[in-house]
Design a protein around this ligand. Sequence first.
Ligand SMILES: CC(C)(COP(=O)(O)OP(=O)(O)OC[C@H]1O[C@@H](n2cnc3c(N)ncnc32)[C@H](O)[C@@H]1OP(=O)(O)O)[C@@H](O)C(=O)NCCC(=O)NCCS
Length: 155
Amino acid sequence: MSEAPRPAGAELAAAMAALHARSFGEAWEEAAIRELLAMPGTLALALGQAPALSGFVMLRIGGGEAEILTICTGPESRRAGLGRRLLDAAAAHAMAAGAEALFLEVAEDNEAALRLYESAGFYLVGMRPGYYRREGAPVAARTLKLDLPAPPNPS
Ligand SMILES: CC(C)(COP(=O)(O)OP(=O)(O)OC[C@H]1O[C@@H](n2cnc3c(N)ncnc32)[C@H](O)[C@@H]1OP(=O)(O)O)[C@@H](O)C(=O)NCCC(=O)NCCS
């Protein structure tokens, strides 16, 4: 059976920072990850074993909505379904917490991520021109939304 993403706390902040650096080429500092995780409504889900995680997703849930703050899988683990598994787990957590929608922002030149999100049912709801400051020309962000069904009634 495939491993399920499991909640990851501050004890995995260093491993998440290391994977983020390998995945994006630009690091989120360990301290920044700890700070995010300490905020109400923020949680992370991870795959693999520290110190070499194979993927993680971080999201914030609140006010009936949720937002993916970051998602990444190790370069050596791609196209094996891990990204989709993390995304589905994030959506399930958001739904269980009562969120009606899951949002995220993605660079419009990030083909792999755009395909992943489209295949999971996300759709375009906004554009932010020049949102990502890159060397050379800035790149626009697309804001995507996934509608979440209401969680099943326990009664
Ligand atoms: C985006 C990312 C998380 C995808 O992770 P992954 O583990 O490779 O994703 P999956 O294997 O679950 O892919 C699911 C689907 O997404 C699409 N997809 C993923 N990578 C793709 C690629 N390089 N090219 C085209 N489609 C791709 C495909 O539809 C794929 O299904 P398929 O393999 O059956 O065709 C990963 O590439 C990554 O970490 N990138 C760097 C960080 C990043 O850009 N994060 C997103 C920021 S918004």
